[in-house]
Design a protein around this ligand. Structure first.
Ligand code: ADP
Ligand code: TRP
Length: 362
């Protein structure tokens, strides 16, 4: 029986952080033996927000090294760079003909990133919360009225089409991503269904998030609110050395301590405990929960324990990143192999999609 197709990508907008690792990369590594795995670096998506050419190239290279260091085996999984597969931009153009600008404008990630581009993002707003209670009409006016030096680029609007194409062009059905990407997956399913029904075909399968049966992960920031994210400036990076990492954890926001037994755990402390849980230390997590419940908890101890777990997880990865970065030849070979595999399937899907849409050669 052929294996189910898995696909996921990470944008090349900076070094990988614990959100990327626990939310995405760690799952990728676990899936390699049982699935037909395809992992990529979304450099075209990165252009929507981070178009500096020098940084972009350096970031792509660094993320390839990070993927490999975290345990992606280029012999088992196709590891490729999005822009090495030119079939993706072509299908993106074709699929856009079936996507509405209204539905794109209502996407939470678009609202958030558009407001960031215009410098009017609300404090505490995230990609997940941007839609809630939002006034669509006012938002639309802000976009249309934006001055050209602060424009919202069209690539940002059509970001979900490009992401849908990444997935659909490989006919992937399992997409391991963090919770923040679920709305994009929902749109991908909608676009697939729409294409299939418009042309009366059973062509694109509908993809779903995958986290080994568990709920999608949301790694919190250490600032007491929201998610850990590059643009939030609250990250612990895989390349952070132990000293930097410990310092960041020790500076994490806490509260004034529990005032009475069994009171509910406050958000900043819940964040630290959930990070401990992600380190696969349920007994340690429970120990600190008990201490919170009987008011004996010492936040310094919690932070120290968490920092040590994180150092243990990140140190071997960090060491490998540096070794791999020094081996240009290996990096080049890995992504060439990946691009060849990814292009083989992508060109087949594109050929069939063109045929279905009536774009035929004489
Ligand atoms: P960022 O949000 O920092 O820009 P990306 O958008 O490139 O990172 O995310 C790449 C992958 O990492 C996606 O699967 C995303 O869901 C996951 N991810 C990013 N941040 C988190 C987080 N805080 N918690 C869980 N998953 C996350
Ligand atoms: N949008 C994703 C993110 O910001 C990255 C991404 C692009 C992706 N294309 C994808 C993830 C396809 C999964 C599948 O994290």
């Amino acid at each position: 029986m052929s294996k189910e197709i898995v696909l996921s990508g990470i944008r090349s907008t900076g070094n990988l952080h614990l959100g990327n690792y626990f939310g995405a990369l760690r799952n990728f590594v676990r899936m390699q033996d049982d699935y037909d795995c395809n992992f990529f670096i979304a450099d075209l998506h990165a252009l929507t927000t981070n178009p500096d050419p020098k940084q972009l190239h350096a970031n792509v290279k660094h993320i390839v090294a990070e993927y490999l260091a975290a345990g992606i085996d280029p012999e088992k999984s196709a590891l490729f760079i999005q822009s090495d597969v030119p079939e993706i931009p072509e299908l993106y153009l074709l699929l856009n003909m079936h996507v509405g600008i209204g539905e794109l404008m209502r996407t939470a990630s678009f609202k958030h990133k558009a407001r960031q581009a215009l410098g009017i993002a609300k404090p505490g707003e995230s990609e997940e919360t941007a839609t809630t209670g939002e006034d669509d009409e006012a938002f639309e006016k802000q976009i249309i009225g934006a001055e050209t030096n602060k424009r919202v680029n069209a690539g940002l609007l059509t970001y979900p089409t490009l992401m849908a194409v990444d997935i659909l062009i490989q006919k992937a059905t399992k997409v391991p991503v963090g919770k923040d990407q679920e709305q994009h997956l929902e749109l991908t399913r909608r676009f697939a269904r729409r294409f299939n029904s418009f042309y009366g075909v059973d062509f694109f399968p509908e993809p779903y998030n995958f986290n080994f049966g568990a709920a999608a992960v949301k790694v919190p920031g250490l600032d007491g609110s929201g998610k850990m994210g590059k643009s939030e400036g609250n990250c612990i990076y895989l390349v952070d050395d132990p000293k930097t990492l410990r310092k960041k954890v020790m500076r994490a926001v806490t509260d004034e301590g529990p005032k009475e037994p069994n009171q509910p755990v406050s958000q900043p402390i819940e964040n630290l405990l959930s990070l401990l849980a992600l380190c696969n230390k349920p007994e340690l997590e429970q120990q600190f929960r008990d201490a919170y419940a009987d008011c004996s908890i010492r936040y310094g101890d919690l932070k120290k324990a968490l920092a040590e777990e994180l150092v243990t997880i990140t140190t071997p990865i960090r060491d490998r990143i540096n070794d791999i970065l020094a081996d240009e030849d290996y990096l080049r070979r890995a992504v060439k192999m990946g691009a060849d595999k990814a292009r083989a399937r992508a060109s087949e899907t594109l050929k069939q999609a063109r045929e279905i849409m009536g774009i035929r050669r004489f």
